[in-house]
Design a protein around this ligand. Structure first.
Ligand SMILES: Cc1ncc(COP(=O)(O)O)c(C=O)c1O
Length: 479
């Protein structure tokens, strides 16, 4: 019997869409490096986890983890009152909202991933567009598409402009293009602090995006999942309105580094002028446990929608499909209720991120590898074009010629080198091509890992890229 006769169009579309990036993540997860048990496993420098405080959070969780009769029963699909109250308290304490967020403004889901899927199905009909500036966290594409069938359209924004209000012109261009094709655009996702560059948006940039969204009646999903992982703040934020930021073309300054403009993270919930910029009912915030609490595996995220109660109601209607375990609800309720612990945990988390960032950037500086200085999150957006040129020249195929300039690199080179590194060097990083980088030769590296592990991984990665090699994998080959 033909598959076409059995499955829905949506399932067939998903089956036919082979995603090399997701396959590689699966491979990296299934064959993870362990110094003793699996020394030939894949070292994961690509998935955004913060392993720097594992012992502290483990100890805390084990001290509060007792299963009670209540945990054996069904509870509230969108999060118990206690959990939502404690989440709202945590937000009120850390996100500086203009008006306190209430438990009824919050819908808990099993991860921000699930929240994005649910939001896409609430906001969009299949085929409708969601704009996201690229480079972006590539999983947005699948989160918003696999079930809801909303389609992410990337808006290439040069990394030099990610903090600047002038980026709105790229959104406008994309919107006009989609309008011209008869495609309805429903929303923008803005990730602040930004994955993969680790930059905080300037207030001016967020305001400009909100005004653009308002003019065009677009929802704005502010993904603030790294809100509490800002480890380098601004000393003297230059005023973007005076346009001090560098623009594409003069990204490299005289000493060959990328702009280190730093801004305070400002949650959109804290904008006292929000209603002057946008109809607030268009604004929705996302946060969760995975990044700021180092609990990816718990699968807990939440939507904060104080300005649009209908979004909350619509999400609650489908909440049984993103129900988190009762036990997780009760453990996390207790964790988030312990504000003293959370405060000291957050200080340690930021300190550890800064320390690891400094070690990693010193390592890269010593190798003369350029990167975009980051402020937040777990990652660095690194330019490896000179190394990729070298790698390509060491692995030339028949009828290929030596190259000398980054402009001769292609996204096929990005993909080939990435697959080759996973397969032969046993290192998983994120290739720029998967994050819709605007040029080949960029990677995202996760530095929030113990230095012993990270150093070994970096040595392995750069030794491999630099070494002479004649083997080259096919793009479509299974990893
Ligand atoms: C920007 C961003 N949003 C959402 C997610 C997904 O988070 P969760 O683990 O809560 O599904 C991630 C995970 O890497 C992320 O980087």
């Amino acid at each position: 019997m033909s598959t076409k006769l059995v499955f829905s169009n949506a399932a067939i579309e998903n089956l036919n869409d082979s995603n090399a990036s997701l396959e590689a993540i699966g491979e990296a997860m299934n064959d993870q490096y362990d110094e003793v048990a699996n020394p030939n496993g894949i070292m994961n420098l690509g998935i955004a986890v913060n392993k720097l405080q594992e012992e502290i959070i483990l100890k805390k969780l084990n001290s509060i983890n007792t299963v009670t009769k209540k945990d054996l029963e069904y509870n509230t699909a969108f999060g118990t009152e206690t959990l939502r109250t404690n989440i709202s308290n945590m937000i009120n304490k850390n996100f500086n909202p203009v008006n306190p967020v209430n438990k009824d403004d919050i819908v808990v889901t099993n991860g921000a991933t699930s929240a994005l899927d649910k939001l896409a199905s609430v906001l969009c009909n299949p085929g409708e567009a969601i704009l996201i500036s690229s480079p972006y966290y590539s999983v947005f594409e699948t989160d918003l598409n696999l079930v809801a069938k909303a389609v992410v359209h990337n808006v290439p924004v040069p990394v030099s402009e990610i903090q600047s209000p002038v980026q709105v012109r790229y959104y406008q261009k994309k919107l006009d293009e989609l309008n011209g094709k008869g495609i309805t655009t429903k929303a923008i996702v803005v990730c602040n602090p930004h994955n993969p560059t680790g930059k905080c948006y300037s207030r001016a940039a967020v305001e400009a995006i909100l005004e653009f969204a308002n003019r065009n009646k677009l929802f704005v999903i502010m993904d603030e999942i790294y809100a509490l992982s800002v480890f380098r703040n601004t000393e003297s934020a230059s005023d973007l309105k005076n346009d001090k930021i560098k623009h594409a073309g003069d990204l490299n300054d005289a000493v060959g580094t990328y702009s280190d403009n730093k801004y305070e993270f400002e949650s959109v919930l804290s904008f006292e002028n929000l209603s002057e910029l946008i109809d607030p009912s268009l604004v929705i915030v996302l946060h969760g446990l995975s990044k700021d609490f180092c609990l990816n595996g718990f699968r807990v995220g939440w939507v904060v929608s104080p300005f649009n109660k209908q979004v909350v109601t619509a999400l609650c209607k489908i909440a049984m499909f993103s129900y988190q375990a009762g036990l997780v609800d009760s453990i996390i309720s207790k964790l988030l209720g312990d504000t003293e612990f959370l405060d000291s945990f957050n200080v340690i988390l930021r300190k550890n991120l800064l320390e690891s960032y400094e070690r990693t950037t010193t390592y890269l500086n010593n190798k003369n590898i350029k990167y975009v200085p980051s402020q937040a999150g777990h990652f660095l957006w690194i330019n490896i074009q000179p190394l990729m040129i070298r790698w390509k020249n060491n692995n030339l195929r028949k009828n290929q010629f030596r190259i000398t300039s980054p402009s001769e690199l292609t996204f096929d080179d990005d993909m080939e080198m990435w697959l080759s590194v996973i397969k032969d060097a046993r290192i998983y990083y994120t290739a720029g091509v998967n994050f819709k980088s605007d040029e080949p030769g960029w990677i995202r590296l996760i530095f929030s890992q113990p230095w012993d592990f990270l150093k070994k991984g970096l040595d392995r990665l750069f030794d491999y890229i630099e070494k002479e090699s004649n083997s080259i994998p096919q793009i479509k080959s299974k990893i």
